[in-house]
Design a protein around this ligand. Structure first.
Ligand SMILES: *[C@@H]1O[C@H](CO)[C@@H](O)[C@H](O)[C@H]1NC(C)=O
Ligand SMILES: *[C@@H]1O[C@H](CO)[C@@H](O)[C@H](O)[C@H]1NC(C)=O
Ligand SMILES: *[C@@H]1O[C@H](CO)[C@@H](O)[C@H](O)[C@H]1NC(C)=O
Length: 502
């Protein structure tokens, strides 16, 4: 197979039906930070801290019915009472051993990608009661080549295994908005870079990415919340394994963490589950839409803009409604009040052991408190690719980086809730999504220049897809347009396709 990145004329590029690339991007703000996880710790307290988004009906024992019964949602579409959560990110200062919560810029973008199996236009809405977990909280290793082998090889061992795909579904996107040429494709790197790398290159923070499996076996959600689902051949796209034939909405989470605020401080970043490697990053979802409505939206909300505003079915709620929507207070068990959510202690909330190699065992409660169990120097990982010289002069000023980072953040919605984020941005984030992983990571090969001129335009991300013998590379490009308020920026996402025929 041959992969060409030569630019082709637009006429040769339309290899997909519109539907297959359609998606919408759901902006949600944090509705609570708590050690709650009804999928893994039902009826009790979770071992680690989560950043939770969505319905106020969330609790230690919430399911679809409880979420639907919630008074409000922190997501921007009133009909979406789902719950979306991931572990939070902490920074451990090596001088004091104390942990600090890293600022989550904006909230979460939960993408609903409407990917289909070959020869089908069907995308089935998540059924009522549907739940799933993506990622493995115990994983601490990534044993495959970095960067990924070309996707054209993902049909052979070990890349055709679910084990590989589960790990390739995690992404840690190094952000530096001052250097658009260094923009990375989504899911390019599957481990959290170490602090030295983050300090040197990721001036605008790190975007955590998580692609959920989208192939369903048609059975009710099982105890493990995982075995009813599988990844399609290319993780976020491609075809489903025969035993998991039903293509559901393809869910993709993005959250941005302002790691740059700690650029001048020695220490390490540790995900709330005690993972400094990133390989144990994971996320959870509980369906909280009316199922028939979600199916309608899946069928009809196919505008390629990805904007929720372009779906006539959605009720976009006032920003204040989202920002004031938190998990109902009485749903939070009393003992959690003692958690020092924002940090300041020498252990992580819940005190999970910090393990940076191998496969961590479950049920961690760290034995010795803090320092001994958390050797700062032993940060594993960093599979950071040798990268571009992303120099970047400036700053590492939390505020300034937050401002630029906010491109991800759906706008005013986020700005309003996150006091540390002065930026007010209007409109849609860009991001994109998709899969990628891929062949020509901009970090190694400088990102191709956007094909249309305009200095305010920057290459955003890359998506690769195969159909039959064709590979299409879609470049997502965003325009930055200054709008009214001084720090407000509006971004438009559009894409350029380049393609090659194999
Ligand atoms: C809502 O939750 C956020 C995040 O946990 C918190 O910062 C905020 O204070 C809460 N607001 C209210 C009104 O409880
Ligand atoms: C598409 O969905 C319909 C209705 O659920 C089903 O009858 C049909 O077999 C599906 N087609 C494919 C190709 O999966
Ligand atoms: C998609 O939305 C844009 C506005 O963002 C609108 O101009 C366009 O007509 C829509 N396309 C379709 C096919 O509905």
């Amino acid at each position: 197979m041959r992969f060409s990145t030569l630019a082709l004329k637009a006429t040769t590029l339309l290899l997909f039906s519109v539907h297959a690339n359609a998606f919408w991007r759901m902006p949600c703000v944090v509705s609570g930070l708590a050690r709650l996880d009804p999928l893994k710790y039902y009826g009790t307290i979770s071992e680690h801290m989560h950043a939770i988004h969505g319905s106020s009906g969330f609790s230690d024992s919430a399911g679809t019915a409880e979420l639907l019964a919630g008074d409000c949602t922190s997501c921007q579409v009133a009909q979406d009472k789902s719950a979306y959560w991931t572990p939070a990110l902490y920074f451990q200062n090596s001088a004091t051993s104390e942990f600090s919560l890293v600022n989550q810029v904006g909230g979460m973008l939960a993408y609903y990608l409407l990917r289909t199996n070959a020869g089908s236009t069907n995308v089935t809405a998540f059924p009522h009661g549907f739940e799933m977990i993506a990622g493995d909280t115990n994983q601490r290793e990534f044993k495959y080549p970095v960067p990924d082998v070309d996707k054209s090889n993902w049909n052979v061992e070990p890349y055709n295994t679910q084990a590989f795909k589960r790990q390739a579904a995690l992404g840690f996107n190094c952000l530096d908005y001052s250097n658009p040429g260094a923009t990375e494709g989504s899911l390019y790197r599957h481990s959290l870079p170490d602090k030295a790398y983050l300090d040197a290159h990721c001036k605008s923070g790190v975007r955590f990415e998580l692609m959920f499996p989208s192939c369903w076996n048609g059975k009710p959600t099982p105890e493990d919340k995982k075995s009813h689902m599988a990844y399609p051949s290319l993780v976020g796209e491609g075809d489903c394994p025969p035993e998991f034939p039903i293509r559901l909405n393809t869910l993709f989470f993005e959250t941005i963490w302002d790691t740059s605020a700690f650029a001048d401080t020695a220490g390490q970043f540790v995900i709330a589950n005690g993972d400094p490697t990133g390989n144990g990053y994971h996320g959870d979802f509980i369906m909280g839409w009316d199922e028939a409505f979600l199916q309608e939206a899946t069928n009809q909300c196919t505008n390629l803009s990805g904007k929720i505003e372009d779906c006539p079915l959605f009720t976009i709620q006032p920003i204040d409604t989202s920002t004031s929507c938190n998990i109902t207070e009485s749903n939070i068990p009393a003992p959690l009040a003692k958690d020092v959510v924002s940090g300041g202690a020498t252990t992580l909330p819940g005190n999970p052991a910090i393990v940076s190699t191998g496969y961590a065992s479950d049920a961690p409660a760290a034995s010795s408190s803090s320092s001994p169990s958390s050797p700062i120097s032993s940060v594993a990982v960093s599979s950071a690719p040798a990268t571009s010289t992303s120099t970047s002069t400036s700053s590492a000023q939390p505020s300034s980086s937050a401002a630029s980072v906010s491109h991800q953040a759906p706008g005013a919605l986020f700005a309003a809730k996150s006091s540390a984020d002065p930026a007010t941005e209007v409109s849609s984030p860009s991001t994109l999504t998709t899969p990628s992983s891929s062949p020509s990571p901009p970090a190694v090969t400088p990102a191709p220049a956007p094909q249309s001129p305009g200095s305010s335009q920057s290459y955003f991300s890359t998506e690769y897809a195969t159909k039959g013998q064709d590979v299409v590379e879609v470049l997502w490009v965003e325009d930055v347009v200054t709008v009214t308020a001084p720090s407000a920026r509006k971004r438009h996402l559009h894409k350029h396709r380049r393609g090659g025929v194999l």
